[in-house]
Design a protein around this ligand. Structure first.
Ligand SMILES: C[S@@+](CC[C@H](N)C(=O)[O-])C[C@H]1O[C@@H](n2cnc3c(N)ncnc32)[C@H](O)[C@@H]1O
Length: 251
């Protein structure tokens, strides 16, 4: 079972509050390019593609073909139809691709939704050609120093610690023959002010697994913290606005 039922309302909230604008993804474009070594026409399987934000970015940035695999019909429906993206129903342990049919796998904020990561790793092994990379963009248990949401809503760390850790993820993929090739923290930016984060808090509460794990009191306290910072007119430091997720690469 995924932690969130990505139905119609949640899919719309996800698009509104969670998609990072392309302008805030420069560091991700650079990091992915380094590990993917993209060649136009190569096939990337986007596992748990959501509303297609990265599928479209990969087409634009690298000229690759993307097979966007997504279990939720409501999320799939929001993937923009375009050349270069094939949208398919499926999930991490049942990918609608032939053996060795892809040159890389991309999993963005998905591993914590996958009920059996070792089964997913075996399926990803099946669809990747030998030597192809798996790129995992995620928050991992125990690694929350650079997560903005934890700064403002510290109790989100409780749910984060139920996510697979880097070590658990590597173990699951090792059982399918992958080894860890790299781990780096990559910044992203989707806000120009704290007021924007405050405005977005209620929508995030429905679309973000970490925010959904808060009690009403914890959520209210975090909002109050933000409101005070906004009212104080404090100029936010970069660290208040940007956030980082990890990029774990396995081959
Ligand atoms: C937080 S969203 C991330 C969407 C997209 N990857 C992105 O970064 O914009 C998580 C997605 O994983 C999907 N998902 C849930 N369980 C899954 C599974 N077992 N295999 C693949 N995807 C899954 C959900 O339907 C949802 O679209």
């Amino acid at each position: 079972m995924a932690r969130i039922d990505y139905d119609g309302a949640t899919a719309a909230s996800f698009r509104a509050a969670r998609e990072i604008p392309r302008s805030g993804l420069g560091a991700w474009e650079e990091a992915v390019r380094r590990h993917l070594n993209p060649v136009p026409g190569m096939t990337v399987v986007d596992v748990g593609a959501g509303t297609g934000a990265f599928a479209t970015a990969f087409c634009d940035w690298f000229g690759v073909r993307v097979v966007a695999v997504e279990p939720s019909g409501a999320m799939r429906a929001l993937i923009p139809p375009r050349a270069g993206i094939a949208v398919r129903a499926g999930h991490a342990a049942a990918l609608p691709l032939p053996d060795a049919g892809a040159d890389a796998a991309w999993l963005s904020t998905v591993t914590h939704h996958v009920p059996d990561l070792a089964a997913a790793a075996r399926e990803i092994r099946r669809v990747l050609r030998p030597g192809a990379p798996v790129l995992v963009r995620n928050a991992f248990a125990g690694r929350y120093e650079r997560l903005r949401i934890v700064r403002w809503f510290p109790e989100t760390a409780r749910t984060l610690d139920t996510y697979p850790s880097v070590e658990e993820t590597c173990e699951a993929f090792a059982s399918a023959g992958f080894t860890r090739a790299a781990l780096e923290s990559v910044p992203q930016s989707d806000l120009s002010s704290l007021a924007e984060l405050l405005e977005r808090a209620d929508t995030l509460r429905t679309a973000d697994t970490l925010m959904r794990g808060l009690t009403e009191e914890e959520f209210a306290r975090g909002k109050e913290r933000l409101r005070e910072a906004v009212l104080a007119g404090r100029t936010p430091r970069g660290a208040d606005l940007t956030s980082s997720l990890d990029l774990l690469v396995l081959r």
